[in-house]
Design a binder for this molecule. Structure first.
Ligand code: KG4
Ligand code: ZN
Length: 343
């Protein structure tokens, strides 16, 4: 089966072709430069650029895969969650092509796509598994049940981890998006910079990053010489990674699963992946993370997830709508892992 994936939920216009679980091509036209001067994504600007780029990007993805529209079995498109005006561009393109070519249309949840990228990296890992989804818009611990239902074990109560990194980077004078710059500068270590706080929230699997953001702002306001920026980046990354890793391994242990899947743009941070891999190994949990090009937003993850849905006989009609928000339901408080699993 050959699936074209489309992703336009935020500021990347992306198309990819996947055949039987193999990524044949993956094109990402990033808008980061366009939004950099505003320090964040401007929704109307994003929609307009998606409109200009979506068809050329589809053409390029098909050409790179050596295929034509007529070779497709289905078109998978992100229809939730995201910026409504941005989502609608990809969904309209997918509907028009699916109708014209008479192929299956499959709406994909962006978050499920991120997790499928991680599971793909784990050799098409099958659920149940625990997952950390960590990006600019989300920070969630998710239990994916044996029936591929998604249950939220914990999520951020304020900022997402990527949002915190981006905002802290901004106050330190670094370009948008800040996450990759924080990682690059953090490589030299903390260099005597004092550690920053971590919000543990008792034994909850929820997160909070707003206090950390304020702590960075206070240090900048108190006077931050340029020479101290790398050390502050290292302290910031240490705090974020420490909380993400400890809670993720705890979630996997509570869920009684052997695998933890990482997904989302912040997973591009190799300090996070290395720390999670080591902490997981100590707890008997195998950590799988996507390759770098499948961490940040891309259409290959949407095509990979769409292919799974198509194989399961799921498809959508031309009435497919977009949803700006589609939260993963919370796991019940009295939830217990299936009896065969060890806790
Ligand atoms: O998944 P993604 O591309 O878009 C959303 O769905 O939000 O994630 C983008 C986020 C941004 O906050 C960006 O700063 C962060 O991922 N990011 C990183 C790295 N690369 C991207 N954060 C830390 N280290 C990185 N290397
Ligand atoms: Zn994303």
């Amino acid at each position: 089966m050959t699936v074209l994936g489309l992703e336009t939920s935020c500021d990347e216009t992306s198309a990819a072709v996947v055949r039987d679980g193999m990524v044949l091509s993956s094109l990402v036209a990033s808008q980061a430069d366009l939004h950099a001067r505003w320090g964040g994504v401007v929704p109307e600007v994003a929609s307009r650029r998606h409109l200009e780029r979506v068809l050329p990007v589809i053409d390029e993805a098909l050409e790179a895969a050596g295929l034509r529209l007529g070779d497709l079995s289905g078109i998978a498109v992100t229809n939730r969650p995201g910026l409504a005006g941005a989502l609608v561009v990809g969904v309209a393109a997918a509907k028009a092509l699916a109708a014209a070519m008479d192929v299956a249309l499959i709406g994909v949840n962006h978050l499920h796509g991120h997790l499928s990228a991680g599971a793909h990296a784990g050799g098409d890992l099958r659920p149940p598994y625990a997952a950390l989804l960590v990006s600019g818009g989300h920070t969630e611990l998710i239990y994916v049940t044996a029936n591929t239902e998604y249950l939220c074990m914990g999520r951020t109560r304020d900022d997402a981890a990527g949002e915190c990194l981006d905002k802290c980077a901004r106050v330190m004078g670094l370009p948008y998006p800040g996450g990759p710059h924080v990682e690059r500068l953090a490589r030299a270590g903390r260099q005597g910079e004092r550690p920053l706080p971590r919000a543990w929230l008792g034994d909850s699997l929820d997160f909070s990053f707003s206090g950390l953001k304020t702590a960075v702002l206070r240090r900048v306001e108190a006077g931050l010489e340029p020479a101290r920026v790398p050390g502050l980046c290292a302290a910031l990354q240490e705090s974020v990674v420490d909380v993400l890793v400890r809670k993720s391994v705890r979630a996997a242990t509570r869920a009684g699963v052997s695998h933890l899947v990482l997904g989302g743009g912040v997973t591009a941070n190799r300090a996070l992946v290395d720390a999670a891999t080591q902490a997981g190994a100590r707890a008997g949990v195998t950590v799988v993370a996507p390759p770098l090009d499948l961490c940040t937003d891309n259409a290959a993850m949407i095509a990979l997830h769409g292919l799974k849905l198509l194989r399961a006989g799921l498809r959508d009609g031309l009435g497919l709508d977009v949803l700006a928000s589609d939260p993963i339901p919370r796991m019940a408080h009295d939830w217990k892992p299936p009896s065969s699993a060890s806790v």
